[in-house]
Design a protein around this ligand. Structure first.
Ligand SMILES: [Fe+2]
Ligand SMILES: [Fe+2]
Length: 311
């Protein structure tokens, strides 16, 4: 039986994945200076890098909308939200870089070269202000649910510590999304039509955010190592269960002809077309090229700051 005292900070190494699994199962936490199996290091690094890239690309979307936010109050909120998202990216890039797989600069350059991945929802275009409301209401909520599920266990110490702050701030974003939705839902006919159109554009990307069903059994290493605490389909189902009645309650239509309540009264989404998700993972989404080019342009424009700091 392994206990926390078995953590190999005393110079021993995990030569056996089964021993490492027993350590995790006994409540073990992994810290950057600890020995960790190569598979753990590379899988967890990949997961955190993906999260970091997504926060950065999401932050740039929020920034794009600061000038278009209606009124000073919403501009201030979007300014704060942009700072939150970029701050999340900073924290996550530091945690990822400490794993020693890639440097922070390598991660950023690969993102801006289009050789890296980020969340599907940041591969779509926000067309009107109502899209920003839909993003805050649907996408921040989906991100909040999946990040909270990681935070719930998360056996990699630095990731768990930064997630505490990230999840708290995403909670604010989600609440703000609810406030903005309420305003449009109780607003003019034009506002309601705008939100309905945005919902039609953003519903499926938000559902896709949770990913396809997790591999069967305990073959998903991130679940086995307690980085993720929930299977993708469980999180997705909980999301559908919560958001379908909310949106129906406001009188909006969900763009899913097969959506239905099962015999237990649970809402079940129709069959999901995963092709759009796969396209975004190849950076081939509807707005991928423009978003990556914009981010790369910012990186190039700020090269002088990095050069000045190196003097
Ligand atoms: Fe964030
Ligand atoms: Fe957010």
């Amino acid at each position: 039986m392994h206990t926390l005292a078995d953590a190999p900070t005393d110079g021993r190494t995990w030569s056996d994945l089964d021993d490492f699994q027993a350590f995790i199962d006994a409540g073990g936490m992994v810290e950057p200076g600890d020995d960790m199996p190569d598979e753990f290091r590379s899988e967890v690094f990949r997961f955190i890098e993906f999260h970091a890239n997504s926060e950065l690309m999401g932050g740039l979307t929020e920034r794009d909308w600061i000038p278009h936010a209606p009124g000073l109050r919403l501009k201030q909120i979007f300014l704060a939200k942009t700072q939150d998202e970029i701050g999340h990216a900073h924290l996550l890039y530091m945690v990822a870089a400490d794993m020693g797989v890639k440097t922070r600069t390598e991660m950023l350059e690969q993102l801006f070269d289009g050789r890296s991945r980020f969340h599907n929802v940041f591969h779509y275009k926000a067309v009107t202000w109502a899209d920003q409301v839909a993003i805050a209401f649907l996408v921040d909520a989906a991100a909040f649910a999946s990040q909270r599920a990681v935070f719930a266990e998360c056996t990699y110490g630095p990731y768990k510590r930064v997630l505490k702050r990230i999840v708290a701030e995403e909670g604010f974003h989600m609440r703000h999304g609810e406030e903005m939705l309420l305003r449009l839902a109780t607003g003019t006919d034009t506002q309601r039509v705008m939100f309905q159109d945005a919902l039609t554009r953003w519903w499926w990307p938000a559902v896709h955010l949770f990913g396809p069903d997790s591999p069967s059994g305990d073959t998903d290493p991130l679940i086995r190592w307690k980085i993720k605490s929930q299977r993708n389909e469980v999180l997705r189902q909980a999301y559908v269960q919560k958001y379908v009645p909310l949106l129906h309650g406001y009188g909006f239509d969900i763009p899913d002809n097969e959506l239905h309540q099962d015999a237990d009264g649970l809402w079940q989404a129709g069959s999901i077309d995963w092709e759009p998700l796969k396209a975004t993972m190849r950076n081939g989404g509807p707005d991928s090229a423009r978003r990556i080019a914009t981010a790369a342009g910012n990186w190039a424009d700020t090269a002088w700051v990095r050069e000045a700091l190196e003097q």
